[in-house]
Design a protein. Structure first.
Length: 100
Protein backbone atom coordinates (compact mmCIF):
# COMPACT_ATOMS: atom_id res chain seq x y z
CA UNK A 1 0.00 0.00 0.00
CA UNK A 2 1.19 3.51 -0.82
CA UNK A 3 0.34 6.50 1.40
CA UNK A 4 0.82 10.03 0.09
CA UNK A 5 1.11 13.21 2.12
CA UNK A 6 1.65 16.79 1.00
CA UNK A 7 4.44 18.52 2.87
CA UNK A 8 4.33 21.90 4.57
CA UNK A 9 0.61 22.34 3.91
CA UNK A 10 1.16 22.87 0.20
CA UNK A 11 -1.51 21.79 -2.26
CA UNK A 12 -0.67 19.93 -5.42
CA UNK A 13 -2.92 18.95 -8.30
CA UNK A 14 -0.23 16.80 -9.92
CA UNK A 15 -0.31 13.02 -10.27
CA UNK A 16 2.67 12.30 -12.47
CA UNK A 17 3.73 8.93 -13.80
CA UNK A 18 7.32 8.81 -14.99
CA UNK A 19 8.22 6.09 -17.48
CA UNK A 20 10.93 5.44 -20.02
CA UNK A 21 9.10 6.80 -23.05
CA UNK A 22 11.17 4.70 -25.42
CA UNK A 23 9.85 1.42 -23.96
CA UNK A 24 6.51 2.00 -22.20
CA UNK A 25 3.60 4.40 -21.81
CA UNK A 26 1.22 5.42 -19.05
CA UNK A 27 -1.90 7.56 -19.05
CA UNK A 28 -3.56 8.97 -15.91
CA UNK A 29 -7.33 8.54 -15.74
CA UNK A 30 -10.12 9.35 -13.29
CA UNK A 31 -12.62 6.72 -12.13
CA UNK A 32 -15.89 7.29 -10.30
CA UNK A 33 -17.29 3.75 -10.45
CA UNK A 34 -16.14 0.14 -10.21
CA UNK A 35 -13.92 -0.94 -13.09
CA UNK A 36 -11.49 -3.65 -14.17
CA UNK A 37 -8.03 -2.88 -15.51
CA UNK A 38 -7.14 -3.85 -19.07
CA UNK A 39 -4.48 -6.42 -18.22
CA UNK A 40 -1.51 -4.11 -18.42
CA UNK A 41 1.97 -4.79 -17.09
CA UNK A 42 1.16 -2.90 -13.91
CA UNK A 43 -0.34 0.26 -12.55
CA UNK A 44 -0.93 2.61 -9.65
CA UNK A 45 -3.98 4.12 -7.99
CA UNK A 46 -4.52 7.09 -5.65
CA UNK A 47 -7.88 7.60 -3.89
CA UNK A 48 -9.23 11.15 -3.93
CA UNK A 49 -12.33 10.23 -1.91
CA UNK A 50 -14.56 7.31 -1.04
CA UNK A 51 -13.69 3.75 -0.11
CA UNK A 52 -12.37 1.34 -2.74
CA UNK A 53 -11.32 -2.28 -2.75
CA UNK A 54 -8.38 -3.65 -4.75
CA UNK A 55 -8.10 -7.39 -4.15
CA UNK A 56 -7.96 -7.79 -0.37
CA UNK A 57 -6.88 -4.16 0.22
CA UNK A 58 -9.26 -1.44 1.43
CA UNK A 59 -8.23 1.99 0.14
CA UNK A 60 -9.65 5.26 1.44
CA UNK A 61 -8.96 8.98 0.91
CA UNK A 62 -5.26 9.81 0.39
CA UNK A 63 -4.22 6.16 0.10
CA UNK A 64 -2.82 4.40 -2.92
CA UNK A 65 -1.59 1.05 -4.14
CA UNK A 66 0.07 -0.60 -7.09
CA UNK A 67 -0.45 -3.82 -9.02
CA UNK A 68 1.48 -5.96 -11.43
CA UNK A 69 0.58 -8.06 -14.50
CA UNK A 70 -3.01 -9.03 -15.14
CA UNK A 71 -6.53 -7.75 -14.79
CA UNK A 72 -7.60 -6.28 -11.46
CA UNK A 73 -10.96 -4.93 -10.29
CA UNK A 74 -11.16 -1.70 -8.31
CA UNK A 75 -14.53 -1.77 -6.59
CA UNK A 76 -16.22 1.37 -5.25
CA UNK A 77 -17.70 0.49 -1.84
CA UNK A 78 -19.72 3.67 -1.29
CA UNK A 79 -22.36 5.50 -3.34
CA UNK A 80 -19.74 8.04 -4.48
CA UNK A 81 -15.99 8.08 -4.83
CA UNK A 82 -13.20 9.24 -7.09
CA UNK A 83 -9.69 7.99 -7.75
CA UNK A 84 -6.78 8.54 -10.11
CA UNK A 85 -5.18 5.54 -11.76
CA UNK A 86 -2.66 4.72 -14.41
CA UNK A 87 -1.88 1.49 -16.19
CA UNK A 88 1.64 1.01 -17.51
CA UNK A 89 2.00 -0.75 -20.85
CA UNK A 90 5.08 -1.85 -22.77
CA UNK A 91 5.42 -0.57 -26.31
CA UNK A 92 5.50 -3.17 -29.10
CA UNK A 93 8.78 -5.04 -29.19
CA UNK A 94 9.70 -4.30 -25.56
CA UNK A 95 9.46 -6.31 -22.34
CA UNK A 96 10.74 -6.05 -18.76
CA UNK A 97 13.50 -8.54 -19.60
CA UNK A 98 14.98 -6.08 -22.12
CA UNK A 99 15.02 -3.03 -19.82
CA UNK A 100 17.90 -2.39 -17.44
Amino acid sequence: MVKAKLTEGQMSMDFNIMTRLDVCKAKVRIAERTFTTFGSRGGVVFVINGAWQLGDKLLTTDQGACWFDGRHTLRLLQPQGKLLFSEINWLAGHSPDQVQ
